[in-house]
Design a protein around this ligand. Structure first.
Ligand code: NAI
Length: 214
């Protein structure tokens, strides 16, 4: 990533997928250009926030014209790295691993599920949406032949730390961690933890307090 892009704050980066989704919807609706005011109404954020966010990347907007939706969409895709394909491997072919594997829309965003691994011998050779489930023992050989960009960890937390260490040793640089535990991987390895129960707890808080957390 260019040095300039590294300086963009995490808060802005976190908002980019939402811009990307709204712009994608606008393209589907045939909208070619949009002002920051119109985008602001649609996204329920202030127009100045939008201008500030997009100014981080050189703006893309023109006074009196607004934003060219397609160009902005493509630029944000580039910033997010969505103009490239990423290979994904799922470790754990249980309920959650299967649900992720069955969700074909990740592929539309360039996240290609290349392999699914489990330790249950009964699952070996079965397929999920046409993708073969392999035994975890095969991961070393698999990694020699396939670049693995992202590993989705959908295994019990008691297993996750060891498995992540093993995969990091194979050169895996990013984990999408669903196991409810912190991973012990080198600092340069990316760990994005997703915990649905934490979202539920936030909802619980908001119900208790009658407010939104934003
Ligand atoms: P599950 O029991 O249906 O599936 C777990 C699978 O992992 C099984 O097929 C098992 O054979 C396999 N497995 C166990 N150890 C393994 C290892 N060392 N290597 C490869 N495969 C291994 O469980 P479920 O419901 O799919 O949940 C999976 C994990 O995801 C659990 O840790 C659970 O707590 C977590 N989870 C997290 C959520 C979140 O929001 N972060 C939501 C739901 C589940």
């Amino acid at each position: 990533m260019a040095e300039k892009e590294n300086k963009i704050s995490n808060a802005v980066i976190k908002r980019l997928p939402r811009y990307y989704r709204h712009l994608g919807e606008l393209i589907e609706m045939g909208v070619e250009r949009i002002s920051s005011n119109e985008l602001s109404v649609r996204m329920k954020v202030t127009a100045s926030q939008i201008r500030q966010d997009l100014n981080n990347f050189g703006g893309f907007g023109q006074q009196g014209y607004g934003y060219n939706v397609k160009i902005l969409y493509m630029e944000i895709a580039k910033i997010l790295g969505l103009d490239k394909k990423h290979s994904v491997v799922i470790i754990g072919a249980g309920n959650l691993g299967r649900a992720i594997a069955n969700y074909a829309n990740f592929e539309k965003r360039g996240f290609i599920i290349e392999g699914i691994f489990d330790i249950n011998p009964k699952l070996k050779g079965s397929t999920i949406r046409g993708i073969e489930v392999r035994n975890l023992e095969e991961i070393e050989d698999f990694a020699k032949e396939h670049a693995i960009d992202i590993v989705a960890l959908t295994i019990p937390k008691t297993q996750a730390v060891d498995v992540a260490e093993r995969l990091a040793r194979l050169g895996v640089k990013a984990f999408w961690n669903f196991a409810h535990t912190d991973l012990n991987v080198p600092e340069d390895v990316i760990v994005e933890s997703v915990h649905l129960s934490e979202s539920l707890m936030r909802i619980s808080y908001m119900l208790e307090n009658g407010s939104s957390m934003d």
